[in-house]
Ligand binder design. Structure first.
Ligand SMILES: Nc1ncnc2c1ncn2[C@@H]1O[C@H](COP(=O)(O)OP(=O)(O)OP(=O)(O)O)[C@@H](O)[C@H]1O
Ligand SMILES: [Mg+2]
Length: 497
């Protein structure tokens, strides 16, 4: 705080005037006097110092770009399979694989939007239904969502048709037109048609989010989809999550549905970043789902560079990125298996850090700090979502690291872990289980565990927290189950340091 009284208190402009100050009082570099007096606020100053982003949202994950450089070939592969839908034929099922951030979702959404748009132009009814199986992860919910979507569409179509037929009825009765002008034989048959549509309307019942037997939900979906002729591509993004959570019944039922449908056709597009998830599928489901497979390779640094440049053009104001910024973001993201999402996150975070510094340009240092920040965020997210027992093991390591000067050994971690369990009244695992949890934490990159020989005492592991000790501790102690531990001191039986 750099106000001229040195006590950090805010002086209101009125008080300041009455005290006869001549210069504006500064708060953290912000002029406080004139802006408030002119009816502006604290935020106007902050907004003024924002010369960097033109459209920040363009760098956010929710944004769907209308151009996907280096995915033209994959997009064409998908389109050449799905084009059958426009000929009212059933497209082969497609399975799309690739590591995270390789553009699978973005490309699939791009293709589906194009397909739906073209289908409107050709009047070949064709719909793409996108389902994120990370969120909708049970058979019930998948079929309920699809059923409700098609029920709504059918009800809209019925309403529209009823309006048309009822208007014909009125005009016929008024003598404005005759049945010769219409595709109906006579007024009674028109009335029959209207009655049938009204019955259909009453028959469609929206599926509740829970409570029905799954068979009934499936039937509702089946009837809704087969009511009007169409080709439906069901896009199951993160399909491995659905299989992991609730097995392969959904895929099995979907892959067999065409043999029972009379009017419509269904094709499945599964997307996954888990290359091995099909191993767990029933062989019939596996061969049906994988009729066509498309693999998305990781991007290399040059491709990431292109992708970033396209997006940065729109996202940033002119001349706000110094020369090295985009190549550096691309290089960092290429090191991490060519993940475009990571590259975009880095660029956005670097811009935000520059903005927070009130810098006029984004510099390499902002990218380096962004890389560090994203890495901490990633590790902390992993820590936050660890199972309770792993958190206890990790907290034991944190306590040892804070209270001793050398790396901890497995036995010491186990002693402190037992102390924490007894303080919290938690179940206590065996040392063997704790050793395997330590190996898991090591694999997740949260700790370093190195096997060392102890001569005739065999081998043990020397364990240390990889990085970010304070952040790790803060995340662990923010778990409400840890509050009873208070300021616990680790009990160390056999240490000489
Ligand atoms: N070729 C590209 N051009 C422009 N932006 C791209 C490209 N590829 C990916 N992106 C962008 O990178 C981000 C991640 O892409 P996307 O979500 O498609 O990855 P994904 O392969 O589905 O990853 P995950 O397996 O984690 O779901 C999105 O913001 C997307 O817009
Ligand atoms: Mg995706």
């Amino acid at each position: 705080m750099s106000d001229k009284h040195g006590d950090g208190d805010w002086i209101s402009p009125v008080a300041e005037e009455s005290l006869g100050f001549e210069e504006p009082v500064m708060m953290d570099g912000l002029a406080s006097d004139s802006s408030s007096r002119d009816g502006e606020s604290l935020f106007d100053d902050l907004l003024e110092g924002q010369p960097i982003f033109e459209k920040r949202d363009v760098l956010r994950p929710a944004y769907t770009p209308n151009k996907l450089p280096h995915r033209e070939q994959k997009i064409n592969e998908m389109a050449s399979i799905l084009v059958s839908a426009l000929r009212a034929e059933t497209p082969s099922n497609i399975l799309i694989y690739g590591k995270t951030g390789t553009g699978k979702t973005a490309s699939a959404k791009y293709v589906s939007e194009e397909l739906e748009r073209t289908s409107q132009r050709y009047e070949a009814p064709c719909y793409v239904e996108y389902i994120n199986c990370e969120v909708i992860d049970t058979q019930y919910r998948v079929f309920a969502k699809l059923a409700n979507k098609f029920i709504e569409d059918n009800l809209d179509a019925i309403d529209e048709e009823l309006e048309r037929l009822e208007s014909w009825g009125r005009q016929l009765r008024a003598g404005d037109i005759t049945t010769d002008d219409l595709p109906v034989d006579d007024i009674p048959s028109l009335a029959d048609h209207i009655e049938r549509l009204k019955d259909d309307h009453d028959r469609f019942e929206m599926v509740p989010m829970t409570g029905w037997p799954t068979d009934r939900v499936y039937e509702a979906f089946f009837d809704a989809i087969d009511y009007r002729e169409c080709v439906v591509v069901i896009m199951l993004d993160e399909v491995d999550k659905l299989v992991e959570k609730s097995g392969d019944d959904t895929l099995y039922n979907l892959s067999r549905i065409n043999s029972d449908l009379e009017r419509s056709r269904v094709s499945i597009m599964g997307i996954s970043n888990d290359l091995r998830f099909t191993d767990t599928l029933d062989p019939r489901v596996r061969s049906s789902l994988g009729e066509e497979e498309i693999v998305f390779p990781p991007y290399d640094a040059n491709q990431l560079l292109d992708i970033l440049e396209h997006r940065a053009d729109v996202a940033f104001k002119n001349d706000t990125l110094t020369e090295d910024v985009i190549p550096l973001c691309a290089a960092y993201a290429a090191q991490e298996h060519g993940d475009a999402r990571r590259a975009l996150d880095l660029l956005r975070t670097a811009g935000e850090l520059a903005e927070r510094d009130q810098a006029e340009e984004v510099l390499d240092i902002h990218v380096r700090r962004a890389q560090e920040k994203l890495e901490i965020d990633r590790v902390m997210e992993v820590v936050r979502t660890l199972p309770h027992q792993s958190k206890l093991v990790l907290y034991s390591i944190v306590l040892l690291e804070k209270h001793t000067s050398s790396n901890s050994k497995t036995g010491e971690v186990y002693d402190v872990y037992k102390q924490l369990c007894s303080t919290l009244g938690s179940d206590c695992l065996t040392q063997r289980r704790v050793t395997s949890l330590i190996s898991e934490l090591d694999m997740l990159g949260i700790i370093n565990a190195v096997v060392v020989s102890q001569g005739r005492y065999g081998r043990t592991k020397e364990i240390s927290i990889s990085k970010h000790l304070d952040e790790t501790e803060a995340v662990l102690t923010s778990d409400s189950r840890f509050t009873d531990l208070g300021d616990i001191q680790p009990y160390i039986q056999s240490r000489f340091d």
